[in-house]
Ligand binder design. Structure first.
Ligand SMILES: *Cc1c(COP(=O)(O)O)cnc(C)c1O
Length: 408
């Protein structure tokens, strides 16, 4: 049995970490220093309460982590307070719903076809909290919130919370305009930066808290590149207190304190290298979008320049939708996922393929490698080549970049 488990782990590591071209937007690889700071043994040491005021005695050393990690995260994301104990962004969003709304209240969120995440919707955390979910008015052509229809919509729906930010973020939101509309109805504005947190940390894309979001929630393991988990950041002391009470003792007792060391290390690294990393992610996305178009793919938002983030979306209707296309690419050693795209009939299966450049950027891919990546995708999807043949070349590309890096 143990051998079956370790064998599966090794095979997974080979497929993704050694051989794969990972374009899945919701993942990353941690830096060597962050990885070295992860101590599995800490995970089973419960730590409940505030540093210096714990339920358990003798946790002075963990107090160091529990102080440094939130301070670093708050500073990096331009807030004053960070809650870092929650194990996932789904729980971070649930903490917002718990702290900022009551069952029966309305939360207004991005439609699912426009990147609204399950945790924003009735089947996810919003439904768990008993909230009524209303889709924000959306401008399909602009890939963004419809600001003209927003004030009347908010006046009608009277949400307690408005959530912007989602699972496909090609363009920034006009946070200031959304906040102004929220202020008219007393709604709290939450910006879910799960996907774009690494760009924001690098000072790119947008500055949600400076632009007016009351609260920023985020995954720490997607573009941010840290350990799995979440952060909630705000500038407002009163909100911070309510959100932390929702996190503990609301939604957690023990949590995995081992996460906090790699999180603090990742935040410290991004404070230095974040701008260059974010720029490289953006350059790769721009280059890949262009190469995919040249190769014959239909790239979403082409009329708007395709993307200003690390995301690219491809219309996969011609391949039966995003899921079958992603499976065909996985057989070719290229890992990504389907995604909904705005503008289709309601209830349509995921029409798009979503690409994120954060992990290949960390592996040393640059714009000069994007013709090869687009070429492999074209062979697997447009030309219908044998996936095993394409996979051999995918692995060769990945290894060539690893070896070029190792050679300095
Ligand atoms: C991934 C994601 C989440 C959930 O993150 P988990 O850590 O997997 O729970 C929440 N919101 C958005 C927009 C996401 O993309």
């Amino acid at each position: 049995m143990v051998r079956a488990v370790t064998g599966a782990l090794d095979a997974h590591r080979r497929a993704f970490d050694d051989d794969g071209v990972v374009l899945y937007a919701g993942t990353n690889t941690m830096s060597p220093r962050a990885r070295a700071a992860h101590r599995a043994a800490v995970s089973t040491r419960p730590s409940m309460g505030w540093p210096g005021d714990k339920f358990q005695a003798g946790l002075d050393h963990l107090d160091v982590l529990e102080t440094l990690a939130p301070l670093r995260m708050a500073a990096l994301m331009e807030g004053e307070y960070a809650e870092v104990r929650l194990q996932s962004a789904t729980l971070a969003n649930l903490a917002c719903y718990t702290a900022l709304a009551r069952p029966g209240d309305t939360v207004a969120v991005l439609p699912e076809a426009a990147g609204g995440h399950a945790s924003h919707h009735a089947q996810g955390a919003a439904g768990v909290r008993g909230l009524r979910v209303a889709d924000l008015p959306y401008d399909d052509a602009a890939f963004n919130v419809d600001l003209e229809r927003l004030p009347a919509f908010l006046g009608r729906e009277r949400p307690a919370i408005v959530v912007i930010g989602g699972s496909l973020m090609l363009f920034p939101h006009d946070v200031g305009a959304v906040r102004a509309a929220c202020d008219e109805v007393g709604a709290t504005l939450v910006y879910d930066a799960s996907h774009v947190a690494g760009l924001i940390a690098g000072g790119r894309f947008q500055r949600p808290l400076a632009e007016g979001a009351h609260v920023l929630t985020m995954s720490t393991y997607k573009s941010f590149g840290g350990p799995p988990g979440a952060a909630i950041v705000t500038r407002d002391a009163g909100l911070a207190e309510r959100l932390s009470a929702a996190a503990y003792p609301g939604l957690t007792a023990n949590y995995d304190a081992a996460r906090l060391a790699p999180l603090a290390v990742t935040a410290a690294e991004l404070a230095e290298t974040g701008p260059a990393y974010a720029d490289a992610c953006l350059a790769n996305a721009r280059a890949l979008a262009g190469e995919l178009r040249s190769a014959g793919f239909t790239v979403a938002a082409a009329g708007l320049g395709c993307t200003v983030s690390h995301h690219v979306a491809v219309d996969a209707s011609a391949f039966g939708g995003g899921d079958p296309a992603a499976r065909a690419l996985a057989a070719a050693g290229i890992y990504l996922s389907g995604i909904g795209l705005p503008g289709g009939p309601s209830g349509e299966p995921m029409r798009g393929l979503r690409i994120g450049t954060q992990e290949v950027t960390r592996h040393g891919f640059g714009p000069r490698h994007m013709p090869a990546v687009a070429g492999l995708m074209a062979r697997a999807l447009l030309k219908g080549e044998d996936p095993a043949a394409v996979r051999a070349d995918t692995v060769a590309l990945r290894h060539s970049i690893g070896e070029a890096r190792a050679a300095g």
